[in-house]
Design a protein around this ligand. Sequence first.
Ligand SMILES: [Zn+2]
Ligand SMILES: [Zn+2]
Length: 418
Amino acid sequence: MSPAEPDGARGGASAAPPPSPAPSALSVSDAGTEDRYSRLKLIGWWDQRRLAAARVVVVGAGALGNEILKNLALVGVGRIAVIDMDRVELSNLSRSVLFRASDAGEYKAAAAARAVRELNPDCRCLAVTANAAYDVGLGLFRWADLIIAGLDNREARLAVNRAAWQAGRPWIDGAIERLQGTARVFLPPDGPCYECTMGPADWEMLERRRSCALLRRDEMAEGKVPTTPTASSVIAGIQCQEALKLLHGLPAMAGRGFVFDGQNHDSYMVSYQRKEDCLSHDSFSPVEETGWSARRTTVGEVLAAARERLGPDAVVDLRADIVSALECPGCARRDEVFRSAGSMTEKDGLCPGCGARRAPAFLHSFAGGEGADGRTLAQAGIPPFDVLAARSGMDRVFWELSADAPEALGVLHEGPEG
Ligand SMILES: [Zn+2]
Ligand SMILES: [Zn+2]
């Protein structure tokens, strides 16, 4: 499904004469000079300055993520953050245009970010080696104009979906398998979200993933879906075209999906229905910036501020469950942990004393007295640059750990007025 050359005016093509309406190399409007983006600027609505100022978070640097990043770099999206926690393996090379054999063993996010900068030095690209579902602060998603995901499992999609709704940012999902795939656009706060599109079969697969001891299974066979570089370029191409429309304020396929079947070359659009009882429509608004930092501010300080603002019953809700302790049924030992539940493996759950499988104690909020008050937020399992939700009854306040911005945004940081 390679799109036709838009104007047939390929520089240096010698054999056939160019078709008549081909613009000469010097007839480019804008500044009147030929540059990297000249042919793109021939599109009437194209605004290169808008793209140069755009901020995009790409979740996943696998087969889809590679194609997404390649496209964003080619069109000159100015600021990109790419989140991935895995390392490059040789089997990735058949589907990953940004990776070389010499990258094997390196973190995908780092290798991809470097390739983006090589592809287009106009792009600033930050590598975030972390699990997007648990260990990335909401501040990064709030920083972005939009989020594009190339993920291979429903659990991560659900987490990105919730973050997109909390942050109020559009997100574009892509999924591929063999020669087929789907691209869809979700636009909070209105319309359906990813969770609204999930049917009983999706929930069943999700539960199967979550079932084992509630802790992530070490050797989860995720990412073993058969995928092709061809399907990923089709789907990532659609995702990025939707991103271009959104970044230009043009209508996009909000709340709808593009389904492509490469076996028969059928494609069609589906419209999703919003479920009003869906649990993923929570919006963190308005968010207040604070001078807090995950590494310096303690849970106790935040709780005190929450009580001062909302009253003595105030608690601080967690965006992702935290395992506060592991209790061994065998030798009755109890170890404090304070780590995001999603980051923990089955191996982490084994007792160092007797080898038994320990029971995790989960926390959904800090209310005081969990043993976390004296810990910094980071030591309590909160990622840097996150947004905390303090609550008392129905009253809520949202506080961003804004002091983490320079470090969390790295090369993307632009000072107080960004
Ligand atoms: Zn929903
Ligand atoms: Zn034990």
